[in-house]
Design a protein around this ligand. Structure first.
Ligand code: WT7
Length: 658
């Protein structure tokens, strides 16, 4: 246990100290009672929560659990879009603002802002759903969405939910080959995209990437049939036979399209995430359980009260699970206003986020540790210039937050009073699992504190036995929860192997953890070959396979290394083939090559050329050793007795070719 884990706790403030109406959970006693009930009587607990939503037909059974398969609210029929949008219109809140959208460009007249009411969102969504139907999209079909952060992205997702189509959103920073892989895996025939998207003043050519992907699929059974294109940046794009403009297809559609009652277990979306192999996994989420869990966690973690006053902003992109769950599906059912910002945090300058908080009077703010570290570096003067007094609750997600960043966040953004909710969860868990509740949980910088009600979490050893407090172990979830993944699309074996084999009878998320004497959880990071770069998961194998696809490379090993802003950066050890010379030029070429193959986030921060990679006698690359070298540790402390060729290590560590 480090000294950081013995720091004094920060008590939750009184609600009115931060300008909140009240705390929904206002004491540790209240939290503990809720949690205890949820463990003693999970069915009663979740049934009460689920009753707050609209169901076309009520469920017969709360949960069916046949490890590793869970079904929630079995027999129930509901609709995510109905609960996120239509229900509020039906209840008389049609004029409340659902989404405040702000574009990136910042002319003298101010940025473009769109305020979309729940009624408008309903109409747009219905029109988009009709446009999709007209293209032949049916219940269960997968629609690929590759867009910038424009309102049409939210509309496209909700439109799929409306008619029971399954969406697969691909982050707009990924390359065309990422589109190819995902479209093929999901057997998706329709893509929704934009001409381009704004990022730090430049246009990302989304349509061009889609064209490239489509061309490589043409003539195969996986050929894409239709592409809908939102005009956003007005960059030049080719409009081909399969393409149709959004303003024609959606603009011309009828706004009459009722939400389809769907089985609680109907698939709602696929979201691809990296694992320990080179192939991303399509994580499968469903409808009822996902809705109940993400909405309820939104409500309690961010203290959401539908009084028409709360303006919540999550800075994630909808291309990640954080955007799915905590911009759209968990937030809108709470009938608050969700802010969506199109662009970069430092455009036109480093105070953009605080400018947005001030102008839109943001009350809850949710971002990533990597962003907080960047803000720290950019300087305190940027938040200081803006009125941030509307903020009530601050959140973080994506990676462990270093205590220094936590304290900076509280002081410079939270006026030294706002509670910080450090939320631990994953693409697979769908929603928050370990998190403080802002009005109840005393917090410690760097700890995600305690399980959300309904979650049975533990730190265990390889046999699945709980380890004593203070000892490092594996994080485990012992009971099913409503928004848990239902599988990996098309790969049952990988689903079982990845999550359900390592620990007997429990879900294994791939993270290490330790609990302190108060039972608080401290996440120590991934224990598999996955690295967390700026809060985004990347499989080392994915980057390696991109590198070896370059003609100069014969072998590559990729590991994480400490990085000031990203948390973890990417270090690549590369062996070149005959006739290829190491040098700066080749390094830049390899970086660009990985960027083209996967996306900019996968570009290595450090490349070391190596005549050979350190291997065990059985031929396994010694990654732990490479991690030490990448971290600049000169003394190699590890056991190297199984190492094949000791001279390789000495050469790598002293290599001046990096
Ligand atoms: C992995 C999941 C959840 C949305 C963003 C990332 C790490 C996430 C925390 C946190 C420590 C965290 C874990 C997890 N992680 N949140 N609060 N403290 N680590 O989603 O790409 O599915 O990655 O991110 O290692 O397994 P993801």
């Amino acid at each position: 246990m480090t000294t950081e884990q013995t720091v004094p706790t920060y008590a939750p403030p009184a609600a009115n100290d931060v300008g909140a109406l009240s705390w929904l959970v206002g004491s540790m006693d209240a939290y503990r009672a809720m949690h205890q009930r949820s463990i003693d009587d999970p069915e009663g607990f979740w049934s009460d929560v689920a009753s707050e939503f609209h169901w076309f037909e009520k469920w017969d059974t709360v949960v069916e659990w046949d490890l590793p398969d869970a079904k929630w609210f079995v027999g129930g029929k509901t609709n995510l879009c109905y609960n996120a949008v239509d229900r509020h219109v039906a209840d008389g809140y049609s004029e409340q603002i659902a989404i405040i959208w702000e574009g990136e460009p910042y002319p003298d007249s101010g940025p473009e802002v769109r305020r979309i009411t729940y009624r408008e969102l309903q109409n747009e969504t219905a029109k988009c759903a009709n446009a999709l139907k007209a293209m032949g999209v049916k219940k269960g079909d997968v629609v690929t969405i590759y867009m910038g952060m424009v309102p049409e992205l939210a509309v496209a997702c909700l439109a799929c939910a409306r008619i029971g189509a399954v969406h697969s959103v691909i982050f707009g920073g990924f390359s065309s080959s990422a589109i190819v892989d995902r479209v093929k895996d999901a057997k998706s025939k329709v893509i929704v995209t934009c001409d381009g998207s704004w990022r730090r003043g430049k246009v990302v050519p989304l349509k061009e990437n889609v064209d490239e992907a489509c061309q490589s699929l043409d003539g195969t059974p996986d050929a894409v049939e239709k592409v809908i294109v939102v005009k956003r940046c007005e960059n030049d794009v080719a409009i081909n036979g399969r393409d149709v403009w959004w303003h024609d297809a959606v603009g011309g559609a009828s706004d009459d399209c009722p939400c389809v009652p769907l089985d609680s277990e109907a698939m709602s979306f696929l979201l691809y995430t990296s694992g320990s192999t080179g192939k991303p996994k399509g994580i499968v989420h469903t409808t009822g359980g996902y809705m109940v869990h993400t909405s309820y966690t939104s409500k309690l973690t961010f203290n959401m009260i539908p009084d028409g006053q709360q303006i919540y902003w999550c800075t994630a992109d909808i291309g990640w699970i954080t955007g799915h769950s905590y911009i759209l599906y968990g937030i809108l059912p709470n009938r608050v206003t969700s802010v969506m910002y199109e662009g970069g945090p430092d455009f036109p300058d480093a105070s953009r986020f605080w400018d947005i908080v001030e102008r839109h009077r943001v009350t809850q703010f949710y971002t990533a540790p990597t962003a907080i570290r960047a803000f720290m570096k950019w300087g305190n003067e940027h938040p200081a210039k803006h009125d941030l007094t509307t903020l009530q609750v601050l959140g973080t997600v994506g990676e462990p937050i270093n205590p220094e960043a936590w304290k900076w966040y509280r002081k410079h953004i939270g006026r030294g009073v706002c509670p910080i909710v450090d939320t631990w969860w994953q693409t697979e868990t769908g929603g928050h699992m370990l998190t403080p509740l802002p009005g109840a949980t005393p917090t410690k910088p760097g700890s995600c504190t305690l399980p959300f009600p309904g979650i049975d979490a533990a730190v265990v050893d390889e046999q699945g036995n709980e380890v004593p407090n203070g000892e490092q172990g594996l994080l485990a979830i012992r009971k099913p929860w409503p928004s848990m993944l239902r599988g990996i699309f098309g790969d049952r074996e990988r689903f079982v192997d990845t999550y359900w084999k390592r620990l007997p009878g429990m879900y294994f998320p791939g993270d290490g953890a330790v609990r302190d004497d108060d039972g608080y959880f401290w996440i120590t990071g991934r224990v598999d070959d996955v690295i967390n770069v700026s809060g985004h998961r990347l499989g080392t194998a994915e980057v390696e396979s991109a590198l070896v696809a370059h003609p100069a490379v014969v072998e590559a090993a990729v590991v994480g290394m400490p990085h000031e802003i990203k948390g973890t950066g990417i270090a690549a050890f590369v062996t070149l083939g005959p006739g290829h010379e190491p040098g700066e030029g080749l390094k830049n070429e390899l970086r660009a090559h990985v960027g083209n193959d996967i996306g900019a986030i996968a570009k290595p921060d450090l490349i070391k050329f190596a005549a050979g990679l350190p291997k065990t006698r059985s031929g396994k690359i010694m990654r732990r050793l490479l991690r030490d070298i990448a971290a600049g540790k000169t003394e190699i402390s590890q056991d190297v007795t199984t190492l094949e060729d000791l001279s390789v290590v000495a050469k790598l560590a002293s290599s001046d070719e990096s």
